[in-house]
Design a binder for this molecule. Structure first.
Ligand code: SAM
Length: 248
């Protein structure tokens, strides 16, 4: 059978495409893409003429049967998303799971990923981290997510829209506190690439002073929770609760 290649594409700067990505995209029988027009532009920038088919969130389950059939017929297929690594907050999970369950070969062609690129320049611990995907756009749901991560000790990586950055940072201040260290990596690999880090309350002031920071695309990184020497250990809190209950 043919191979399903999961091909990463640039997150802004086209020069980040790999030689192997170009070879695979030229040689496969068909390229499955999130948006055929978007990928068409990438292909024409590299003078690659190949056939494409659409595979996005809304047709992935129907497409997976068709793609699996093509692979079984010996055709090779590349999956790309609009930017970066497919499946990372992008379509492809159902397809890859389906193909793997049928024993069809699935092979990565690695390259850019906004989350990993942002982590690599953030200057926060990377020995362990937690990728949290997109933050909810509504404040209530966003605060609930942030609250649930209050004691997460690993560095946390989020995708978020810069136009919501002020609201998001306000919610961080109210849930995690103004002392929590943040990094925003905006427009990575593009002309207006900006990487800014500060504690949350000063970050908010900086954002409110520069409307340009609310444009484009960004990755938000939040420092993990650091247990404070002054924090009361959870066991002590439980004991206190029991004692208080006894006193009622
Ligand atoms: N699969 C992609 C990857 O590997 O990074 C992510 C796709 S997700 C739909 C798009 C989000 O990735 C954007 O909203 C933004 O949070 C982040 N992103 C993509 N390109 C970026 C860039 N050049 N700079 C900063 N963030 C970027």
């Amino acid at each position: 059978s043919g191979t399903l290649y999961i091909v990463a594409t640039p997150i802004g700067n086209l020069a980040d495409i790999s030689q192997r990505a170009l070879d695979v995209l030229s040689q496969v029988d068909v390229i499955a893409c999130e948006d055929t027009r978007h990928t068409g532009k990438l292909l024409s920038a590299f003078s690659i003429k190949n056939s494409t088919m659409s595979m996005h969130d809304h047709n992935e389950r129907q497409r997976q049967e068709h793609i699996a059939n093509l692979l079984q017929e010996g055709k090779s297929i590349a999956l790309v998303s609009d930017a970066g690594t497919p499946l990372i907050s992008d379509p492809g999970f159902h397809l890859v799971r389906h193909c793997r369950s049928l024993g069809l070969p699935v092979s990565p062609v690695p390259g850019a990923c906004a989350a990993i690129s942002a982590l690599s320049v953030a200057g926060l611990p990377t020995d362990r981290f937690s990728f949290e995907g997109f933050l909810p756009s509504k404040s209530g749901a966003r605060k609930a997510v942030l609250e649930s991560l209050q004691h997460e000790e690993r560095t946390m990586v989020f995708y978020d829209a810069p136009r919501r950055a002020i609201d998001t940072v306000k919610d961080i201040v109210s849930t995690l506190g103004g002392e929590r260290y943040l990094v925003i990596a905006r427009e990575l690999t593009k002309t207006f690439e900006t990487i800014h880090s500060d504690k949350a309350d000063d970050f908010l002031i900086w954002l409110e002073q520069d409307a340009n920071q609310l444009k484009g695309e960004m990755v938000l990184i939040i420092e993990g929770y650091k247990a404070d020497a002054n924090d009361i250990p959870p066991q002590a809190i439980n004991t206190l609760k029991l004692l208080l209950a006894e006193m009622k």
